[in-house]
Design a binder for this molecule. Structure first.
Ligand code: UDP
Ligand code: MG
Length: 334
């Protein structure tokens, strides 16, 4: 292994005054141990992102920095932008000054001891290391059930996410720079990172109980998050409309046949056949047309995101082109 590389932790904090002292204490111990073992550089830092907290979170972050400027730093967002945006704000701030960054919640639910394994996997050549929950012993049945259904439902709906992985992950500087090219506003990081590609792996950990304070993700917010995840990742719901329309149109043929049989066998009331046939046919056609419009809406949705069309991992520099990081485009050498 060469020189130890620089690790930045990005920790989003929203009203976390109850946990920050303990979190910073544990992170500092972890950093000291990693530095003394030569795993990370002394220039490594912990960056707390204050996501518009209403309590003393930002004061505590400032105090932490004053006491330990070599370990702790902070970013103060102007308003509560939400967990995903806070994480991205932190990552985009550190993307040019670190070699690798780990995102972790402030509440110590993610096991700090997993950081060692993540860093080791990084040195083995992984650009992304996902922290995956191996068990949910400490979650209530309700939280476990809703969370696991969330991952399954996401998959069925076409948004491919790493099962039981939230936002505890390591990313290399290279991946962060590619992430910067994803300009979308509706963030769903755990769906975006796998899209970037590169060599990746998972490390497993047991999720703890929140150290103190309460969850900022009640069921209502979790549902909104799931819906956001699906609608910002997948056009499958739109495609379902087309299929439904098609099925109804086919069923309308059956309805036609049945209506004719009923009419000629003489057990249909006057007007019943034509009514029933039109309901099925028009219903099917309407859904089918909506589905066609949906296909176009889906295309517009993909276009407006302006995601990179490809990401180049390496190329042999005999091509006389200079590699620049702007969504895979290459620039001719002047
Ligand atoms: N968080 C944030 N902004 C928000 C809500 C949450 O930065 O608007 C942070 C929060 O401080 C914590 C992390 O996101 O560090 C995860 O939130 P929480 O632990 O409440 O969610 P849960 O683990 O219950 O799903
Ligand atoms: Mg939590």
């Amino acid at each position: 292994m060469g020189n130890p590389e620089i690790l930045y932790m990005v920790v989003p904090c929203y009203n976390e005054e109850a946990v920050l002292h303990e979190t910073s204490k544990q992170l500092k111990e972890k950093y000291e141990s990693l530095i003394s073992r030569g795993l990370i550089s002394e220039q490594s830092r912990v960056v707390f992102v204050n996501d518009g907290s209403k309590d003393k979170t930002w004061d505590i972050i400032q105090e932490l920095h004053k006491a330990d400027p070599q370990f702790f730093s902070g970013i103060n967002l102007a308003h509560n932008a939400g967990h995903q945006n806070a994480v991205l704000a932190g990552l985009m701030t550190v993307k040019d000054i670190c070699d690798m960054a780990i995102t972790m919640d402030a509440d110590l639910q993610d096991d700090i001891n997993t950081i060692d394994a993540m860093v080791e996997k990084y040195y083995e050549g992984n650009q992304v290391v996902y922290g995956v929950r191996s068990a949910r012993k400490t979650d209530t049945f309700f939280k476990k059930f809703t969370a696991e259904s969330f991952y399954k439902f996401m998959k069925v709906m076409g948004a491919d996410v790493v099962y039981n992985h939230a936002d505890f992950r390591l990313m290399s500087r290279r991946v962060l720079q590619e992430l910067a090219n994803f300009k979308e506003v509706n963030l769903f990081l755990r769906g975006m990172v796998p899209l970037i590609g590169f060599q990746s792996c998972s490390v497993y950990y047991e999720r703890h109980e929140r150290f103190a304070g309460e969850s900022k993700y009640p069921l209502k917010k979790m549902m909104a998050f799931a819906i956001n995840g699906i609608t910002s990742f997948s056009t499958k719901p739109l495609k379902l409309i087309t299929s439904l329309g098609f099925i109804m149109s086919v069923l309308s043929v059956i309805a036609f046949i049945w209506a004719f049989i009923a009419k000629f066998a003489g057990f249909a009331e006057l007007g019943w056949s034509s009514t029933i046939c039109s309901i099925w046919l028009i219903g099917g056609l309407q859904l089918f047309c909506l589905g066609i419009i949906g296909e176009y809406v889906g295309k517009i949705y993909a276009e407006v995101k302006q995601r990179p069309r490809f990401i180049i991992a390496d190329f042999i520099n005999e091509l006389g082109v200079e590699f620049i990081n702007d969504g895979g485009d290459k620039k001719e050498n002047a």
